[in-house]
Design a protein around this ligand. Sequence first.
Ligand code: BGC
Length: 423
Amino acid sequence: MPTFKTSFKKTALALATSVTASLAFASAQAAEVEVLHWWTSGGEARAANVLKELMEAEGYGWEDFAVAGGGGETAMTVLKSRAMSGNPPSAAQIKGPEIQEWGELGLLGELDEVAAAEGWDELLPGTVAEVMRHDGQYVAVPVNVHRVNWLWANPEVLEAAGVEMPTTLDELFAAGEAIREAGFIPLAHGGQAWQDATVFESVLLATGGTAFYQQALVDLDPEALGGEQMVEALTTFKRLRELMDDDMSGRDWNIATSMVIEGSAGMQLMGDWAKGEFTAAGLTAGEDYLCAAAPGTQDAFTFNIDSLAMFRVEGEEREAQHALARLVLEPTFQEAFNLAKGSIPARPDLDMSEFDSCARQSLDDFQRTAEEGGLVPSMAHGMAVRADVQGAIFDVVTNYFNSRDMAAEEAARRMVNAAQAAL
Ligand code: BGC
């Protein structure tokens, strides 16, 4: 039994600690970051919470500026109106070439002091660091690496249909047919422009290969955009409608994932934020659900790097913003966040033993495709082209996908116009 003396000591210690903590909190209460993001699904919110808790543990305040909507289109619209009214948040989920667009507007603040103290130049792969800099200065910090070209499946549904995980598009169509005959929805999908584009780029990668993907969706080469390979990609993409259900219009991506989790649907083509949903549901990769590269894209990796860009702020808010930037690349955050988010860490030096088989495959494939030339930026997730070009391509893809009579040749012509009009 504890003596009066020892338990008194313990209580006094606990009190002293909590007084110090609350003093620290009181003095730092003004130092707060407001962070805009679109991590609102079950898995995403768990991941975002990691950062909030780490900031709060250091005595900083966290004002959550979450704007729902997969792919972030709504979040970007809200961000633009806040920035235009001269009141941007401290940090926002901004990615790829868009970081440069915000940098050109002169609205971003630099993080060079944090980057130098933490050795970001040595820590980050050169290609990643490049995206985070504007005019040679760090203005953003990467949180993860997502892979977009994934296929997810419910093994019980596959078994009931007597099929294996498909590895080619032909196998996908054949498996889909068998799954439907067994009484399930073959492919869970949400009819939203960004989800259509997510599926489309994986199909284009499968039918045309990495070099064609690069020419069409990254270099915006008119011959590639309007040529025969594009027509083939569009035609195959549209055939996928046969595997989808009639109620897909407007459905959120995480609802589609939950259909695979519950077993009403067999498969979903989606980036590995879907794994965050399987994880949040307590499921184990390789047992309760399966992952594989999207059919026909084993030698490619469409990357999507989430990052937080920092707006120009002053005083205490800047101090808190710098703490945020530092924490994001520390191992504690990188591990906990990415375990929940479904992605892999942005820094390649971390121990992956806590990560599941899909995450380890992602890391292996990332490194392999980087060496062999199959690593390409995701157009659908803002890594490849500017936001206006991306928006114009989304319109063509989604209008074609939903049109009853638009020919693939016509959609390919519109692709060329979309890229040109936006340049
Ligand atoms: C983001 C992910 C997010 C997904 C769905 C992607 O564009 O990069 O972080 O989970 O959209 O909202």
